[in-house]
Design a protein around this ligand. Structure first.
Ligand code: ATP
Length: 440
């Protein structure tokens, strides 16, 4: 089969590369879709992403095997096949795909650098892993693209990185998202979605995730941008997504498709060694090295010792998650998942596991003198006690302490739904994965 991949077509003003995917499907109705369309999220820390750093790949050919419904377009059901018997040469497909891209992409926007590729060989899996975890030089992606088939890259050509990575993805873990699109006349206007129906859907379809932020009472299936998407529902499995979609009371969608994705998989995370590299996302295990501090804007920062010392931050947009960071104490053992921010070097915490909590205690009284029984006086912070009557000394540990209850429990914590990254694994999924981040 052919891999038709495209990326970097949208700007903050509009468009969405997944919408372009639906237009590509329309254009290539003379071919068959093989498998679900793919929406592949890449490194969330690349400096030049517009929003969620998503790239797209459609697999095309002449279908064989079983067929299943993947969407609706212009009132027609669209099917995909499980296999392909043959396909036209990439050179024949590329000019048609490029014409669709040129019609819809925001090419004039200074920040877009679109690319479209038609591969008859799959690029190596390493191209996916590097693009989801690190930075891929444009030249390296172009080389891989040349080996895999034909492509067209516009302006600085950066979009080819996403094309190669999306085509190179071989799902190990995967989730699905049904994306519905708005009628053209409504683009840019406020979305009409009944939030009660979102809450209802969330309850009725437990295999879906990240639908509604109960803490902040926010619908999280709809973007806030002016893009053509109406809403998207994510799930472990694709089989009930169409039903879940029909539970939502909203303006009538113009079209919809189910995408296979790497969203919610945590595939961007790597176990960090001694040093943490800029633009990457890491898993760090260590001890909290001092008390958390609250900074201007409400950000909470705590130092972590995990071989080296690094600051970890729960920023203001993570809302209630900051309570967790604030409740940490020096000596607590934690596993931190997050992206490396460059200046000043900080981990932007996406998820945290509290492994061990130190005891929290407050001094309630000075000790009684072991010689004369009088109440002793403190000599200074951590310096111990002295009896004013008989001059007897006692160590700091002689004070009378009372244990206080910690405001945290052992376990995982994550930001509320509206503050999560597309690629971060929600705890709802993490619970399904046995031994996700083993303790040793
Ligand atoms: P979307 O809005 O579709 O979710 P986005 O708009 O945030 O995604 P893009 O418009 O796709 O992001 O722009 C990201 C750009 O960065 C693309 O050109 C893509 O090829 C490139 N890119 C993605 N990942 C990497 C990487 N790891 N290294 C280098 N370039 C990358």
């Amino acid at each position: 089969m052919l891999h038709l991949a495209f990326d970097d077509t949208d700007s903050l003003k509009g468009m969405c590369t997944t919408f372009l995917a639906t237009e590509m499907i329309r254009e290539f109705s003379d071919l068959d879709l093989i498998g679900y369309p793919r929406l592949v999220r890449l490194n969330p820390n690349v400096p030049w992403k517009t929003r969620g750093n998503g790239a797209l790949c459609l697999r095309l050919g002449r279908g064989v095997g079983g067929k299943f419904k993947v969407g609706e377009l212009e009132g027609r059901d669209i099917f995909a096949w499980t296999g392909s018997k043959d396909h036209p040469p990439p050179e024949e497909i590329l000019p048609r795909a490029a014409a669709v891209l040129e019609k819809w992409a925001e090419i004039e926007d200074v920040l877009t650098n679109p690319a479209v590729a038609v591969f008859d060989c799959k690029p190596p899996p390493s191209m996916y892993w590097k693009a989801v975890r690190d930075i891929v030089p444009i030249a390296e992606a172009r080389e891989a693209a040349k080996m895999a088939g034909a492509f067209r890259a516009y302006k600085n050509g950066r979009g080819i990185v996403g094309c190669v990575a999306a085509a190179a993805w071989r799902p190990q873990d995967r989730t699905y998202e049904i994306l519905t699109y708005r009628q053209r006349a409504r683009w840019g206007t406020e979305r009409d979605i009944d939030s009660e129906s979102v809450i209802e859907m969330d309850g009725r379809f437990p295999e879906t995730f990240n639908n509604y932020d109960t803490l902040n009472r926010k619908v999280t299936i709809a973007p806030r941008s002016s893009c053509p998407i109406l809403f998207g529902i994510r799930a472990e499995r694709p089989d009930r997504l169409e039903r879940a979609m029909r539970t939502i009371r909203s303006e009538t969608p113009d079209r919809w498709f189910i995408f296979e994705t790497n969203q919610g998989t945590d595939e961007h995370l790597v176990k960090a060694g001694k040093s943490v590299k800029r633009h990457t996302s890491v898993i760090l295990r260590g001890l909290v090295a001092g008390p958390p501090t609250v900074h201007l804007g409400g950000h909470v920062i705590f130092p972590l010792n995990s071989g080296g010392r690094i600051d970890c931050a729960a920023y203001e947009p993570s809302k209630q998650f900051r309570r967790v960071a604030r409740a940490l104490m020096a000596g607590d053992e934690v596993v931190v998942c997050g992206s490396v921010r460059d200046e000043p070097k900080t981990i932007n915490v996406e998820k945290i596991r509290v492994v061990k909590l130190v005891e929290s205690k407050v001094k309630v009284a000075n000790p009684s003198c072991p010689s004369c029984g009088k109440r002793m006086k403190s000599i200074g912070r951590g310096a111990g006690f002295r009896c004013l009557a008989c001059r007897t000394k006692a160590p700091a540990t002689a004070g009378v302490w009372k244990r206080t209850e910690r405001q945290l429990k052992i376990g995982w914590y994550e930001p509320p739904v509206s503050a999560r990254r597309h690629i971060s694994m929600p705890l709802k999924r993490l619970g399904l994965k046995e031994n996700a981040y083993p303790s040793k």
